[in-house]
Design a protein around this ligand. Structure first.
Ligand code: PGA
Length: 249
């Protein structure tokens, strides 16, 4: 079911104490909202975060996971480990995972399959690089990222997919896609899903925008008809900014 979502991707920031402080502040200041609110602290602080948010509607989600069930994968985290601490949503395919940790569409397809088999929800990130946009290949790149990692899934799996379109040139750069650019791409994504599946699946998937969303631009971006919310990096690390972005709905 298509829903409004604002998620904070904390990346490799905040120790345990800082995590608890920020979450307590967020929980206290959370405005009345129809949006689902999620935060993704780093792995070692997930248990603490779940505990800190026990009586809050804010959901704790993971930034990544491995595709294997268990075994000799030093440094990795499995779906079952996340589920065991009450985390059932995972971000997969973030551009930093693709760029710095060699995550390919093929690896991501395996991760998505594992998460869905475990009944987890997947927040799947994708988006073009600056060169792709300059050479007007951005639609083609996005289409192939979706196709390679997601389009072999059964239609029924899509109820557990959230999409996050994040143009790489807008992540952490202060440069945001204009609301029109975001809308244009989100509409293209729905059209692509309609062609691969059907209009019902395309209409029901939540598509978030990510890339330098701030209190100042959130309302204009979220106001576009095919934008269902945001995946927020930098601005999610400051309670007042994140709360202002949530309020933008
Ligand atoms: P940013 O990051 O908001 O700092 O640009 C977004 C993201 O990487 O998800």
């Amino acid at each position: 079911m298509r829903s409004k979502i604002v998620a904070g991707n904390w990346k490799m920031n905040k120790n345990l104490e800082e995590t608890e402080i920020l979450l307590n502040e967020l929980a206290a200041k959370l405005p009345d909202t129809q949006a689902e609110v999620m935060v993704a602290p780093t792995f070692v602080n997930l248990t603490g975060a779940v505990r800190a948010l026990e009586s809050s509607v804010i959901e704790v989600i993971a930034q990544n996971m491995h595709f294997a069930e268990s075994g000799a994968y030093t440094g990795e985290i499995s779906a079952d480990m996340l589920l065991n601490i009450d985390i059932d949503t995972v971000i997969l395919g973030h551009s930093e995972r693709r760029a710095y940790f060699g995550e390919t569409d093929e690896i991501l397809a395996k991760k998505v399959a594992t998460a869905l088999n475990k009944d987890m929800r997947v927040m799947f990130c994708f988006g073009e690089e600056l060169n792709d946009r300059k050479s007007e290949n951005h639609f083609k790149v996005v289409e192939s990222q979706l196709k390679n990692a997601l389009f072999s899934l059964d239609g029924s799996a899509w109820k557990n997919i959230i999409l996050a379109y994040e143009p790489v040139w807008a992540i952490g750069t202060g440069e945001t896609a204009s609301p029109e650019q975001a809308q244009e791409m989100h509409a293209f994504i729905r059209k692509t899903i309609t062609e691969a599946y059907d209009a019902n699946i395309a209409d029901n998937v939540s598509i978030l925008y990510g890339g330098s969303v701030k209190p100042a631009n959130a309302q204009d971006i979220f106001g576009k008809p095919d934008v269902d919310g945001g995946l927020i990096g930098g601005a999610s690390l400051v309670a007042d900014d994140f709360v202002a972005i949530i309020s933008a709905f």
